[in-house]
Each structure stands twice: as structure tokens, then as C-alpha cells.
Design a protein around this ligand. Sequence first.
Ligand SMILES: Cc1cc2nc3c(=O)[nH]c(=O)nc-3n(C[C@H](O)[C@H](O)[C@H](O)COP(=O)(O)OP(=O)(O)OC[C@H]3O[C@@H](n4cnc5c(N)ncnc54)[C@H](O)[C@@H]3O)c2cc1C
Length: 242
Amino acid sequence: MPDIEFRSDMTVELVRSSAHDSDVLFAARVSTQGEQTLESAEAATEADPKRDRGLINYLMRDRHGSPFEHNSMTFYVQAPIFVFREFMRHRIASYNEESGRYRQLTPVFYVPGADRNLVQVGKPGAYDFLPGTPEQTALTAEEVRTVSTAAFESYERMLEAGVAREVARIVLPLNIYSSMYVTMNARSLMNFLSLRTKRADTHFPSFPQREIEMCAEKMEDIWAGLMPLTYQAFNANGRVAP
Ligand SMILES: Cc1cc2nc3c(=O)[nH]c(=O)nc-3n(C[C@H](O)[C@H](O)[C@H](O)COP(=O)(O)OP(=O)(O)OC[C@H]3O[C@@H](n4cnc5c(N)ncnc54)[C@H](O)[C@@H]3O)c2cc1C
């Protein structure tokens, strides 16, 4: 029996990208200037950054969305399966996930960290979450660890008895970690961020589950570094995907 690992965090790494503010400008300026080269768009950006900032802001504000599609970011994500279920509802993305049929799953399980709010108040669609009592926090950690360990022991017993991986895995709970590559462009990422982060300063507040928000926050930080003007315009215009 391998050691069972419990984690309370998410992994998000950028593995490949072609995503720059100049890609947005390049695509948008074909409307008014005809054929562009990436070099001329980059040169124009260096020559007149204020104009570029203005154009990107205009595109965002007036929801001209397609110039934000000519770029690509591939992320490697490790998160529990209940997060992937929510993640993969975002159809404007490409996914490849590890297989529980073709490989034996590793015993890594999510357990809420001590800082994870546990008590739900409010109404459906707009819940707030408050810290649990020390007893609730301890109970949650204990129950998650007990059930995850028992489930993985069952899984192992079935594999040892010759049962196929695709059958044995059905006993594993949703808090087991999986891994995937996900590729998005800036437009689809903005839609994802608008729905999967909770911010006070948005036109359309969302109330995502904290664990997918932890992934979204890491993706947002990476994207902000790649496309700073687009990122600023997204925030300045209420975090609405154009
Ligand atoms: C807080 C929260 C709670 C949620 N609760 C539930 C729930 O209880 N049950 C549940 O089932 N889901 C739930 N969802 C999932 C939600 O309904 C969406 O499926 C998910 O957020 C993906 O959003 P999306 O369709 O905009 O993204 P994407 O699939 O990436 O689509 C991006 C955009 O492309 C366009 N688009 C994509 N596909 C189509 C299409 N077929 N037809 C027309 N336009 C399309 C739309 O403009 C869409 O906004 C919840 C989501 C959030 C954020």
C-alpha cells in the first residue's frame, strides 16, 4: 500500500503560450488597416503605447470579442475531480486528462485547509461562507481522511484481486486528485475568470466554489503577466468577457 498523501492546494503551471497584447492589436487593426504583420503590430505598440491601451480598452468595453481569440495558453492543472467537473463545463477550451482506465491512480486526496471556510449562509446562488468552529474543522479533516483512506484501500484490494482499473476506480471519491492540460485563449479565459472568481468590483458578481477559484486565481496571475494591457482592460470594464 503506497503512502496516502493529503493536500489542500492546487497546481497550475503554464506549459506553453503564445499570448501577447500585440496579438489583440494585430487582429483588431485588420479592420481598419488591412493586412498586418506581427512585427509591425509589435513596432506600433512600442511607438504608441497609449493608443494601444485605448484600442484594447475600447474593444473590451464595447465587447468586440474576437480580437481576444488570436492567442493561446496551455496550463497543466492538478486538482480534485470535483473541481474538474466544474472546470470542464467551460466548453470553449481544449482538455486532456489522465486516465483512470489506462493507469493506476495515485493516492493523493484533497482535504480542506484550516483556512477554508466551512459554514454556508445566505441563499442559493449567492452563498457566503464563514469559518467553521474548531470542532467542525477537526471533524471535516478527520472524516475526509478516514473515507479517502478506506476508499483507496478498497481500490487496491480490487486491483490485487485482478479487477480492471476502470472498475476498481468506481469506489474512489471526488476528492482524489487528477491532472490535465487545458488550453484556452484570452476570451475564453476571461469568461472562466468572470465566473470562477469572486470579486466585489464586477458588473456580474459570481459565487464560485472556493477550490475552483484557487485554480482560477493562479491562472489569472499567469495571464496578467502575459497580457498586461488586456488584463487591465478586463478589470477596468467590470471583469466581463467581451
Ligand atoms: C457559481 C456557478 C454555479 C453553477 N452552478 C451550476 C449548477 O448548479 N448546475 C449546472 O449544471 N451548472 C452550473 N454551473 C455551470 C454554468 O452553468 C456553466 O456551464 C459554466 O459556468 C460554463 O460557462 P459558459 O457556458 O459561459 O462557458 P463555456 O462553455 O466556455 O462557453 C463560453 C461562452 O460561449 C458561448 N457558448 C458556448 N457553448 C454554447 C452553446 N452550446 N450555445 C450557445 N452559446 C454557447 C456562450 O456565450 C458562453 O458564455 C455553475 C457555474 C457557476 C460559475
